[in-house]
Ligand binder design. Structure first.
Ligand SMILES: Cc1cc2nc3c(=O)[nH]c(=O)nc-3n(C[C@H](O)[C@H](O)[C@H](O)COP(=O)(O)OP(=O)(O)OC[C@H]3O[C@@H](n4cnc5c(N)ncnc54)[C@H](O)[C@@H]3O)c2cc1C
Length: 143
């Protein structure tokens, strides 16, 4: 089943055009702030890059590209998601190895940091900070 999903053709260029009529609203959840949402989201994204294969095949590279774009589309803060999607378009994904992907995401996160006047993060540190989540990356999802 997973293989069927992964082989689906997703037209990511249309992702935001389908929502053209929606106005971007300020994120305003009763209990979750934009900042809390952001911290959690970056944690998930960086940890995912830390579990990405050291030697990805063509499917891995395609799937992570689609995943980031879908993540941007469905991100609950629409203003943040549309900025992120624009960044993904302007900075094509670099996913030829785990380290390359980790550094790529670090650079994107730094672009967001810059826009929000936050300090730049040293991307030499991403590997030690975001690699080990104690997860078993060899789980067979079809089992
Ligand atoms: C995709 C996305 C887009 C966003 N867009 C917006 C937006 O447009 N407007 C807005 O107001 N907020 C946006 N946010 C939220 C914003 O980026 C922060 O998450 C939020 O302001 C909380 O910031 P923070 O200082 O706690 O640390 P965060 O930026 O959330 O970072 C969490 C932790 O990651 C580490 N870290 C920091 N920088 C890096 C890096 N470059 N690489 C690796 N690790 C790093 C640090 O240890 C830090 O404590 C976005 C979040 C995401 C996930």
């Amino acid at each position: 089943m997973i293989q069927n999903l992964l082989s689906m053709k997703v037209n990511t260029s249309q992702i935001f055009s389908v929502n053209k009529s929606c106005k971007v609203k300020e994120f305003k959840h009763e209990t979750v702030t934009k900042e809390e949402l952001g911290r959690s989201a970056w944690t998930v994204l960086h940890l995912i890059t830390g579990q990405y294969p050291e030697e990805p095949d063509a499917a891995d590279k395609k799937n992570i590209d689609i995943f980031f774009k879908l993540f941007a589309q469905y991100y609950p803060c629409k203003e943040c998601g549309s900025h992120f999607y624009k960044m993904l378009q302007e900075n094509p994904i670099k996913a030829n190895s785990r380290e390359e992907l980790m550094r790529y995401l670090c650079a994107l996160h730094n672009k967001v940091n810059k826009r929000l006047h936050k300090p730049q993060y040293n991307c030499d540190l991403v590997k030690s900070k975001w690699s080990d989540c104690g997860c078993d990356s060899n789980i067979d999802v079809d089992a």
